[in-house]
Write a protein that binds this ligand. Structure first.
Ligand code: MN
Length: 271
């Protein structure tokens, strides 16, 4: 039952929304009752019960009407659809309310069916994500293939552990680097957004292992977008170093892949 959790969650949200809409539409007693409730947090249990009943009534009436809008596709629909959250300890996909202007990145080394590095940049409440088979390079002459994958939740940034075999992405995940990043032109999120859309994303990374300018360039090909990840020429470029060979432990726990694979789970979802 892969999708039960995700469907259940979105179903609940949809019911709440339509219940609210129905309440707003009716000017009668139902409105008064529910308006009463929203200000009445912590008052008697009987008031709560009657509010629930009123809400239920509205929801039932709404359900009988034909749907006016197609179900909303949230930014993390694909992420949630691919995972069974009763089997994996990865976080369920939710988009948080916008916070500060600081944008975060994370790179996860992922020993799935094929080893790769998941390169994730925060933008508009999700982590834009690319699977980079060879990982990042500090050599500006090297272009690393970066296959765009589904957006991930920001909560994924603290995930390190093991996804069960047989589940989507089954294998060991290590937090390989993390930090903040920004547009390279002081244009903020607007600049990053337009760069992403144009297929030429230029940014500066402030991580432990990756620093300085990088560019992601989208290749012109049909199908799921493929990009190239390239280090820009600056003080942090270093053609002599092979950063993925040198750095083989977790930035968060200093564990090796083997230790993560055999160790206890260190990450717990907030559900
Ligand atoms: Mn992956």
């Amino acid at each position: 039952m892969t999708k039960r959790g995700a469907k259940g969650a979105s179903g609940t949200a949809a019911t709440k929304r339509s219940a609210g809409a129905a309440t707003r539409r009716s000017a009668g007693a139902a409105t008064k009752r529910s308006a009463g409730t929203s200000t009445k947090r912590g008052s008697g249990a009987s008031a709560k019960r009657s509010a629930k009943t009123a809400a239920k009534g509205s929801a039932v009436r709404t359900a009988k009407r034909p749907a006016k809008r197609a179900p909303k596709t949230t930014p993390l629909t694909e992420y949630n659809a691919k995972r069974d959250f009763t089997r994996t300890v990865e976080p369920a996909g939710k988009v948080p309310k916008p916070r500060g202007k600081t944008l975060h990145f994370v790179i996860q080394k992922h020993a799935a069916s094929h080893l790769h590095y998941d390169f994730r940049l925060e933008l508009d409440g999700v982590m834009k994500s690319w699977a980079v088979p060879k990982g990042p390079s500090l050599d500006p002459a090297v272009r690393r293939l970066a296959m765009e994958v589904e957006d991930h939740p920001i909560a994924y940034n603290t995930f390190e552990g093991t996804i069960p075999q047989g589940e989507y992405g089954g294998g060991t995940v290590m937090l390989w680097d993390r930090g903040t990043y920004e547009a390279d032109d002081d244009g903020g999120a607007a600049s990053l957004r337009s760069g992403y859309e144009k297929g030429e994303l230029r940014f500066v990374m402030h991580g432990k292992r990756l620093r300085g300018g990088f560019v992601l360039t989208r290749r012109r090909r049909p199908g799921r977008p493929q990009w190239l990840l390239i280090k820009r020429r600056d003080a942090y470029a270093d053609p002599e170093r092979d950063v993925t060979t040198e750095e083989t432990t977790s930035i968060a726990t200093r564990r090796t892949m083997e230790q993560i694979a055999s160790g206890r789970r260190v990450w717990h979802s907030d559900r």
